[in-house]
Write a protein that binds this ligand. Sequence first.
Ligand SMILES: Nc1ncnc2c1ncn2[C@@H]1O[C@H](COP(=O)(O)OP(=O)(O)OP(=O)(O)O)[C@@H](O)[C@H]1O
Ligand SMILES: [Mg+2]
Length: 379
Amino acid sequence: MNRPAVEAVNISKSFENLQVVKPLDLSIGSGEFFSLLGPSGCGKTTLLRMIAGFETPTTGCVLVSGQDMTKVPPHKRPVNMVFQSYALFPHLTIAENVAFGLKAAGEAAGNIAGKVKEALQLVHLGDYGERYPSQLSGGQQQRVALARAVVKRPQVLLLDEPLSALDLKIRHQMQEELSRLQRELGITFIMVTHDQGEALALSTRVAVFYQGNLEQVGTPEEIYEQPKTAFVASFIGQTNLLDGQVVDRQASLIRVKIADNVFLWVKDLLEGGPSKIGDPVYVVLRTQVPKVVPSAKAPAADANTNCLTATIDQKSYQGHVTDYWLKLDCGITLRTSVNTSAESNFQLDDKVAVVIEADSAYVLADGAAHPRPKELVVV
Ligand SMILES: Nc1ncnc2c1ncn2[C@@H]1O[C@H](COP(=O)(O)OP(=O)(O)OP(=O)(O)O)[C@@H](O)[C@H]1O
Ligand SMILES: [Mg+2]
């Protein structure tokens, strides 16, 4: 059986007394496009640098294809890193920039021109070899940085925010390029990003970090549809996160008090459950979940259908969807995204009914392991 391309075993990093990567285990399969996702300062680059060998782990170790890398210096590891800044040599041509690493690694002179040409063709810059970096656009320079990284055919390519310097349109083009390049080369990509859309669109799996902690690893669908911590629920997509307390149970549904005399029937904990009566929990409501209907059309509430009353507090037209901020009578504000249409065109101060299907909402455990992320106020 093939060993995973990269394994991190009980790896952690402290600078002085500050633990910036908390002990974690990761296993990344051969040929995966794996993303490390999280907000600024959560330890993504530090983890990538430990895999590359530029940073020594405080605990644990890195294995590449089953080989312990602890004593292997960065340039001897079968990995290559693309840094956030392109770091091209301005006085060398594009071809010389790409050849640089091959020469440094002692590649036979006769092989170099062919390998450089092939790498430049891979990134669609076959005709640019004689130019200098200053004669290329930002997106083209980024492609040169990629060519330079893949020319040595590493087993693993580490990419630190490779597209963050590019404007939105070029960025989307380059996302497609990266995806194509990874498929054509068949090598393992590990990409750092703080852009959740980029991570979901490109990756086979995503690891979400928060304050040095590995919160969740999963496919894009798992991360989006079944977030396991309050942070992941808030960071990925748009989510309403409500504080509540379990007050009743009926089959697989629980009744949660979210304010005085205001209750919601929702699904129980996805894992670690069942929750107990009295437990503090977070209710997770994706912004697609609350449906808005005119008050006169409010359905009868039962255990499967929650129905609350609200006032339209704010509205934001986004094209095919319109976002509404719904002020519930109890004072809580919910955000919802509705497909734009004549029937669901509500105005500020309209009194409406908010319908929440019980099986489209669920709870997460509240507590020390799942603190409410302070900087992420969604509504
Ligand atoms: N050499 C260092 N010495 C001391 N502290 C460091 C060092 N390198 C990083 N840190 C700290 O470690 C934490 C994590 O840094 P890191 O660069 O890994 O974050 P990041 O997730 O990549 O953030 P960003 O998205 O902003 O690039 C930060 O608080 C940073 O200040
Ligand atoms: Mg970083």
